[in-house]
Every structure is written in C-alpha cells, then in structure tokens.
Design a protein around this ligand. Sequence first.
Ligand code: ITT
Length: 208
Amino acid sequence: MNIDKILVATTNKGKLKEFKRLFSELGIEILSLDDMPEKITVEETGETFLENAIQKARTYALHYKLPTIAEDAGLEIDALVGYPGVYSARFYELEEFGGKELVEESKDKANIKKVLRLMEGVENRKARFVSVVVFYMPRDFGLWTEGYCYGEITEKPVGEGGFGYDPIFKPEGYGKTMAQMTPEEKNAISHRGEAVRKLINLLKKVIS
Ligand code: ITT
C-alpha cells in the first residue's frame, strides 16, 4: 500500500510539534490542520480516550479524504480517582472537584492551578499520562496504539518547556519535570512517544 501524505489532526500546537518530530523518521509528508482549506470542529463526547481518538480521526479523515492520525491524551491522578482523565483539556471548567477555575493567563495554567489546589497536602501524588493514537485510512483500515508515562505530581510548577500539565509532572526516575526536559528527552519517555513508536512499527508493515 502506498501512503504519501498523512494528516496529523490536532488543534493543540504543543502536541503538533511533538508529533512532527516523532513522525520525521517515517519519511512521509506530514500535513497539519493549518494546511487544510477550511476548518471543522469535532466534539469530544466519548467516555474513553479511545472513543474520542476514533471520533476525531474518523471525522477528519472522511472530511478531508486523507489518511489521518488523531490522539486523545490526558493525565490520570490516583488521588483524584483517575481525573482529569478524558477531561484533561478542560478540567478547569468542570463544576466537579471544587468548582470552576478562572482562566487568567491560559487554560493550561488554570488546569494546573485546579490540580494543585486539589492536591494540596495529599500524600499519594502518583499519576500517569495516557496517549491513545488512532490512524484512520478512509474506507480502508484503522490502527490504534497506546502509551503511558508514570510519575508524580509536584508541589508547584517548574520549567518552561512542553505544554499542558508538563510543569507539574515529574516522570518516575527523573529529578525534573517534563517541562524541564528537551523535546528529544520528553519524546523518548513520554506516553505520546511510546504510542507513536508503536504506530510507526505497525505502519511500516503496511506501507510499501
Ligand atoms: P486535540 O484534541 O485537538 O488533539 P486537545 O488539547 O484538546 O487537542 P486532548 O483532547 O487529547 O487534546 O486533551 C489532552 C489534554 O491533556 C491537553 O490539553 C493537556 O492539558 C493534557 N496533556 C496531554 N498530553 C500532554 C503532555 O504530553 N504534556 C502535558 N499535558 C498533556
């Protein structure tokens, strides 16, 4: 099978940068939503990462008629019974867990503020990042993979790199947060890195 272009369908600039770097080894042209002629929006109404990732990949692939990769990812914190989970991108606006958090500088910062408020004085700080990546080829086939990164929630944000919850997530075995890592270091150990490497291995088997 011949695939010469793949659309990486994400509206998140931080994710897009990481995906582009991870897919560079595949030697296939990577398009982003900015290259598409018009914008569409996809609601994320699923209860699992996989449902949401399929919904995004399928909708974008059928609309733009391109082989498409989409991801649903998030942070699961043990002490918060797996939340923010599928609500990671908009945890700040949930009424649950002590009400909404005001967006002052950015949504990422509001999400972090809410998590740190809930984790104040909590001893069990274990958490993991989850990434579910779906590849959807219109009218042909689909693939999905997942990746995890285990670690703990810090007491305060540290570091300027990455995006989302990176400044408050310290991966297991590291003395620094994900926001203090270089893009290469993060991709080597991240949930997204693991899921994408698995997907690339599968794609290599079906692409000529
Ligand atoms: P798309 O759906 O358009 O891809 P999104 O930001 O809405 O963009 P998700 O629905 O997958 O993406 O939400 C994932 C959220 O989880 C994201 O906004 C971050 O807050 C958080 N997250 C995911 N991966 C992360 C990472 O590598 N580092 C830090 N936070 C991450």
